[in-house]
Ligand binder design. Structure first.
Ligand SMILES: [Zn+2]
Length: 224
C-alpha cells in the first residue's frame, strides 16, 4: 500500500476542495476530515454543539477556536487518522488555529499544506449556481433551465439553494477568507510546507496535478 499522508487543504470556498479531498482520500487511503461536514452533521442531529454552531453560522460567523480545536483534536486521535494520516479541510482557518494545530500534532506533524488556487470571480460564479438536495446532500449546478420543483436524481428530494449560498453570504465568506486565511498561506510558506496548485480544470486534471506536486515535494522537502 502507498504511504499515507497528513495534509491540510486550503482554498476558497468553491475552489473544488471537497471534490479533490474525496479523490485524494481514496488515493492515499486516509480519511477526509471536513470540519464543515462535521458541524453540519452536529446541526442535523441537534446536539448542543450543533445548535450553537447553527446560530453562529446562520449569522455568517465562525465557530469559536476552542470548540473547533477540540473537535479536530478528537478526530485526529481516531485510529484511522493516527495510523495513516488525514486530509484536513476547513481547518485551520486562522494563524491562531494553525498554531493550535501544531501543538496537537507535535508527535506526528503535517507533511504539507496544499493551497488549491482558483480565482475569486470563478468561485463566485460556481457558488451562486450551486444547489443541493435537501435530503441526501447531492450537489447540483443550476443552469436556469431546470423544471420546477426541481427534484433530486438520486432520491427525489427537493433541490434547493442553501441559505449560505446566496451572493451576499458568499461574498461575506470570500472576504472572510481573504482577511483571515490568507495569512495562513504566509505562515505555512515560511515553514516550507506550502504547495500551491492550480485548481482550474477538470477534476481529473486537478487531481493529477495535486498528486504529482505532493509526491515531488515529499521527495524534495524544503529545509529551513
Ligand atoms: Zn437527494
Amino acid at each position: 500500500m502507498i504511504p499515507g499522508v497528513r495534509l491540510v487543504v486550503l482554498g476558497r470556498q468553491g475552489a473544488g476542495k471537497g471534490t479533490q479531498c474525496v479523490r485524494l482520500s481514496r488515493h492515499y487511503v486516509v480519511p477526509h476530515i471536513s470540519t464543515g461536514d462535521m458541524l453540519r452533521a452536529a446541526v442535523k442531529e441537534r446536539t448542543e454543539l450543533g445548535l450553537q454552531a447553527d446560530a453562529i453560522m446562520k449569522s455568517g460567523g465562525l465557530v469559536p477556536d476552542e470548540v473547533m480545536i477540540g473537535i479536530v483534536d478528537e478526530r485526529l486521535c481516531a485510529l484511522d487518522a493516527s495510523t495513516r494520516g488525514y486530509l484536513l479541510d476547513g481547518f485551520p482557518r486562522t494563524v491562531a488555529q494553525a498554531e493550535a494545530l501544531d501543538k496537537i500534532t507535535i508527535d506526528r506533524p503535517l507533511d504539507l499544506v496544499v493551497d488549491l488556487d482558483v480565482p475569486r470571480e470563478l468561485v463566485l460564479q460556481r457558488l451562486t449556481a450551486r444547489r443541493v438536495c435537501r435530503d441526501c446532500g447531492t450537489i447540483y449546478t443550476a443552469t436556469g433551465r431546470e423544471r420546477q420543483p426541481w427534484l433530486c436524481d438520486v432520491c427525489s428530494g427537493d433541490v434547493i439553494q442553501r441559505e449560505d449560498d446566496t451572493e451576499d453570504a458568499i461574498n461575506r465568506r470570500l472576504d472572510g477568507y481573504e482577511t483571515q486565511t490568507r495569512p495562513l498561506v504566509a505562515y505555512y510558506r515560511s515553514r516550507g510546507l506550502l504547495v500551491r496548485v492550480d485548481g482550474v480544470g477538470t477534476p481529473d486534471h486537478v487531481l493529477h496535478r495535486l498528486v504529482t506536486e505532493i509526491e515531488y515535494r515529499r521527495r524534495n522537502p524544503i529545509v529551513g
